[in-house]
Design a protein around this ligand. Structure first.
Ligand code: AMP
Length: 284
């Protein structure tokens, strides 16, 4: 049975009982409009923990673009049905007052430094500050043993890991693989805003990432040439705009020109299809 809580007090009463009974708690924070990507995190949490809490909160402070916030898909009733059918024990659906009783909760002292200023940090000013503050607030409320994040938002995952280390929070942050449509398009709540044709065309994003990974392994082209060719290919149909297509260190996200230390790499991209912005990445 799915327990649904709107208030912190009610959620804590439930979680305190679970903790007293010796149960471990897994947490999956989301903004709702749930899809198979979210479900995979909930299933992983259910495998690893006795109780799984999923939160749904469309956090206004992490949207740098107000129209993106307004247009963000919200399907709370169908989300509840989806959660009923997974191993999720508990849904936490707070309103903004519960999360932000006053302005001070919207800001935290943690600053991710350079990793927060590149890629999505450069293109979405304020996004990671808002994201880190809400994730901290949610982790302070739920106090899970483990929290599960998707590789799809790889930069977010790295920043959350840094943030929890900075505050010495007693939580393990885990990364789960990106779940994709059959054509390779990374699942995203924002995909709902694409037409069926656009969804088909958007398969190009993953294809281009895979091509770049292949070229890196082949070692014939410089990283700069691969990035330029990928941007060119993505924009060739005249329908896409590309914020970035970068080959980076998987650990620091520092952009690399060549892999002199043979370190793990991440290829990350953000692509606009009309007014819908999609991000994706692969690790090499
Ligand atoms: P969101 O609701 O978009 O804020 O995402 C909530 C969590 O689900 C984040 O940890 C995301 O990285 C993760 N997530 C979103 N899409 C996917 C996907 N396609 N595969 C795996 N995880 C995902």
């Amino acid at each position: 049975m799915l327990n649904i809580y709107h208030s912190i007090i009610d959620l804590n009463e439930y979680l305190d009982k679970a903790r007293l009974a010796g149960k471990s708690i897994g947490f999956v924070p989301t903004m709702g409009a749930l899809h198979a990507g979210h479900i995979s995190l909930i299933e992983e949490s259910s495998r690893q923990c006795d109780v799984t809490v999923c939160s749904i909160f469309v956090n206004p402070t992490q949207f740098n673009d107000p129209s993106d916030y307004t247009k963000y898909p919200r399907n709370i009733e169908s989300d509840k049905i989806i959660l009923e059918n997974t191993g999720c024990s508990c849904l936490f659906v707070p309103d903004a007052k519960e999360i932000y009783p006053d302005e001070s909760f919207k800001h935290i002292t943690f600053d991710p430094g350079p990793i927060g200023m590149i890629l999505d940090g450069a293109h979405r000013p304020g996004h990671f500050a808002g994201m880190a503050a809400v994730v901290k607030r949610l982790l302070d409320i739920v106090v899970p043993d483990k929290a599960f994040f998707g590789q799809k938002d790889y930069q977010q995952y790295l920043i959350v890991k840094m943030m929890t280390a900075y505050y010495q929070m007693p939580v393990e942050i885990l990364k789960c693989p990106t779940v994709r449509e059959k054509n390779g398009l990374a699942m995203s709540s924002r995909n709902q805003r694409l037409s069926p044709d656009e969804r088909e065309q958007a398969a190009m994003i993953y294809k281009t990432l895979t091509w770049a990974a292949h070229e890196i392994s082949a070692g014939n082209l410089s990283f700069e040439t691969i990035e330029k060719q990928a941007m060119f290919d993505l924009m060739a149909n005249g329908k896409y705009n590309v914020d970035y297509f970068d080959i980076c260190s998987a650990e620091t996200l520092e952009k690399l020109n060549f892999n002199k230390n043979n370190e793990p790499l991440a290829i990350l991209t953000a692509v606009w299809i009309r007014d819908v912005r999609l991000i994706d990445n692969i690790l090499v």
